[in-house]
Ligand binder design. Structure first.
Ligand code: C2E
Ligand code: CA
Ligand code: CA
Length: 317
């Protein structure tokens, strides 16, 4: 048990602010493994600012200040939209829009990542269901943090949510970084294996930036790899990078894994990836992450004029 306290005085702000301050103190106490910590106003270090943001975040999750954008995924051969990746955003009432890079790493250091991930899942699955009701059979991908894999109930809860919403598990994809899968915990291995057994697909995000050995890759409970943007961005201009990407795609195919390329920004890169046999593409060339309604509009526009992705990426937002 840990306790965080904040003082209510004449100069204090709203009740929410005082609660946020007490939450900051609680996080400080938990991190320092102390029983009690009191919120002190002085010391606005970046660490303190981060902690303040964390204090707000727990409220933001409850008050639904978080929302999702969806970035479409396109089949590189047919040009068909095959799915979308859910990317979380935070609309803070006074600080404005906060990108995930500013709060996900903070949440990952605390247990807040667990309710946050459940919220993302629920919203993403609901949107997947509503797209299906409108006749669009798309898969939805959700990002998981390494820290999520410590949550013993996550995989069961996820399977239950999918069943409750009567979604085909094959339309749900988890994007996990290499380091997360490689932690090597047998519970993670077993959990992912169980999800794959019901049809959920698992892919390695930011592939190429970690340290997966080829031997390891063949043993992981995964279905695909997502080639990191740092390779995709240089592919068209750097012969060595092209060779690396070519080898990644060939190796994935040998292992029976699908390949996704993220961060495709120009037609030349899309053409090259299609030539190399990459299955699925994603990037600003096709569309930036879109609000839920904009995704629906984008999908129906694309379905009316499907052209191979490597021939037409021109209708990006
Ligand atoms: P990521 O999973 O690698 O997501 C791709 C990021 O690249 C997104 O940034 C996306 O907006 C951006 N991007 C997409 N296409 C292009 C392109 O063509 N060019 C460039 N330069 N960038 C592109 P975003 O939305 O800011 O997300 C950043 C990271 O935050 C994500 O990286 C992911 O690791 C994390 N994240 C986002 N949502 C969630 C979530 O719900 N849960 C968890 N655990 N992490 C999340
Ligand atoms: Ca991702
Ligand atoms: Ca990535």
């Amino acid at each position: 048990v840990a306790v965080g306290t904040a003082l209510i005085c004449a100069s204090a702000g709203s009740a929410e602010e005082i609660l946020d301050q007490a939450t900051v103190a609680l996080i400080e106490a938990t991190e320092a493994r102390r029983l009690h910590s009191h919120y002190a106003r002085e010391g606005a270090s970046s660490r303190r600012k981060n902690l303040e943001l964390l204090g707000h975040l727990s409220r933001a999750i409850e008050e639904r200040e978080l929302f999702l954008e969806y970035q479409p995924k396109v089949d590189m051969r047919s040009g068909r939209t095959v799915g979308a990746e859910a990317l979380v955003r935070w609309k803070h009432p006074t600080l404005g829009l906060i990108p995930p890079a500013d709060f996900i790493p903070l949440a990952e250091n605390t247990a807040l990542i667990h309710p946050l991930t459940r919220l993302v899942f629920r919203d993403a699955l609901e949107h997947c269901a509503s797209l299906r009701a409108a006749g669009a059979d798309l898969s939805i991908a959700v990002n998981l943090s390494a820290r999520n894999l410590d949550d013993p109930n996550l995989f069961d809860d996820l399977a239950k949510m999918i069943e409750e919403m009567q979604l085909p598990p094959s339309r749900i994809e988890l994007e996990i970084t290499e380091s997360a899968v490689l932690i090597g915990k047998s519970s993670v291995f077993d959990g992912l294996t169980a999800l794959r057994a019901i049809g959920i697909r698992v892919s390695i995000d930011d592939f190429g930036t970690g340290y997966t050995s080829l031997k390891h890759l063949a043993q992981l409970p995964i279905d695909g790899i997502k080639i990191d943007r740092s390779f995709v961005g240089q592919l068209a201009h750097d012969r060595k990078v092209r060779s690396i990407v070519k080898a990644m795609i060939e190796m994935a195919k040998e292992l029976g894994l699908f390949t996704v390329a993220e961060g495709i920004e120009d037609q030349e890169t899309a053409d090259e990836l299609a030539r190399l046999g990459c299955d699925i593409g994603q990037g600003y060339l096709f569309a930036r992450p879109l609000g839920a309604c904009d995704l629906d509009a984008w999908v129906s526009r694309r379905s009316q004029a499907a052209t191979p992705a490597h021939l037409d990426g021109a209708n990006a937002e």
